[in-house]
Design a protein around this ligand. Structure first.
Ligand SMILES: Cc1cc2nc3c(=O)[nH]c(=O)nc-3n(C[C@H](O)[C@H](O)[C@H](O)COP(=O)(O)O)c2cc1C
Length: 336
């Protein structure tokens, strides 16, 4: 592929078209509805909830299911669930459909022991037959298209993604998103792009490449593997405009510059207001303690702003932070 001729990304999931193939990867603690809305404004075409427990869905544990909010303006939106019991997943799939989501995704990538210890997340990579039964059960439980998100494999010696993806396709999964790191790598080391090529050769369903895409250059490298779409996680945190930039490249248009600090500050504040609207000020500010830091990463005065953001209590505190970011004023650290 020559660099002056962008590739054609894009795919369909059931009736839903993801025209440029650009999605926001699910990230627990980050991709709440307000953040997903922000990314959609900047060109993310498919968004996914933070992962929710299939058991919580089966038993109607509304406290855990707060993660499953959906905006009427959000389409298409996938709900991601985890679990490893086909019977529970079947029921959970039906519950997701009742909540109005468009796509149902199974998490087979999470490396966290709390999840793998119960057989879910990336632990399913070592149980391909059970994983296939999980997908089949979810399909029995819903008329929504069922998709899957996997990792490269468990370890360097066991990069099973091509064969595993084939198995998921045979079980009925409509797309496969591959985070090209192993479970053992967690979030370290490099994403193995050659493995994406191998997955692409192994299956005929759309393959969405994921891992380390943070700008147009890294999107170009991912696109060269022949993927149908790109899912962006950490690269979209604090810089949702990465979608606009990659989209412009795919459309052969001039790539817009990244916004300056004033616009970043305004976006951070808009996000904060959206989060407060959804969750109230107390919980919203705790969520913003994480999300705000991404907006001033690398800016002058960032350490003091980080210290302040770790203590956010009110929307007014966030406004002070946004003013300082926009004006370049150095903030004094607040007392512990
Ligand atoms: C804080 C955090 C939370 C995550 N939560 C989820 C999750 O709930 N479900 C999931 O499938 N992946 C989750 N991931 C993995 C991301 O979706 C993605 O696969 C990974 O970060 C690699 O992509 P990136 O380099 O674009 O960030 C999470 C990653 C991070 C950093």
């Amino acid at each position: 592929m020559s660099e002056d001729r962008p590739p054609q990304l894009g795919y369909r999931v059931g009736e839903h078209e993801v025209r440029h193939g650009l999605s926001l990867a699910p990230m627990a603690g980050n991709t709440n509805l307000a953040y997903r809305r922000l990314c959609r404004r900047f060109g993310a075409e498919l968004t996914t909830t933070e992962m929710a427990s299939s058991l919580a869905l089966k038993y109607g544990d509304e406290k855990s299911l707060r993660l499953l909010e959906r905006g009427e303006d959000e389409s298409p939106v996938a709900a991601q669930i985890f679990g490893a019991d086909p019977d529970v997943l079947r029921v959970a799939a039906g519950e997701i459909e009742k909540r109005g989501f468009h796509i149902l995704d199974l998490n087979i990538g999470c490396p966290v022991p709390k999840i793998t210890g119960c057989g879910g997340g990336s632990a399913l990579l070592r149980e391909p037959d059970l994983a296939a039964r999980c997908i089949e059960a979810m399909i029995e439980g819903t008329s929504l298209p069922v998709t899957v998100k996997i990792r490269a494999g468990w370890s360097d010696d066991d990069k099973c993604a091509p064969a595993f993806a084939k198995k998921m396709e045979e079980a009925g999964a409509r797309t496969v998103t591959v985070h090209v790191r192993t479970r053992e790598q967690r979030y370290t080391g490099h994403a193995d792009l050659d493995l994406i090529r191998a997955v692409k050769e192994a299956v005929s369903i759309p393959v969405i490449g994921n891992g380390d895409v943070t700008d147009v250059e890294s999107a170009q490298r991912m696109a060269q593997t022949g993927v149908d779409g790109i899912a962006i996680g950490r690269g979209a945190l604090g810089q949702p405009w990465v979608f606009t930039q990659i989209r412009a490249w795919l459309d052969g248009e001039e790539i817009p510059a990244s916004p300056g600090v004033a616009e970043r500050a305004a976006l951070m504040l808009q996000l904060g207001r959206g989060v407060v609207e959804l969750y109230g000020e107390y919980r919203g500010m705790r969520i913003m303690r994480r999300l705000a830091t991404d907006f001033f990463r690398g800016c002058p005065g960032a350490p003091a702003m980080r210290q302040r953001s770790n203590k956010l209590e009110t929307l007014n505190d966030l406004e002070v932070l946004a003013d300082a970011l926009a004006s370049g004023e150095r903030l004094e650290p607040v007392a512990d």
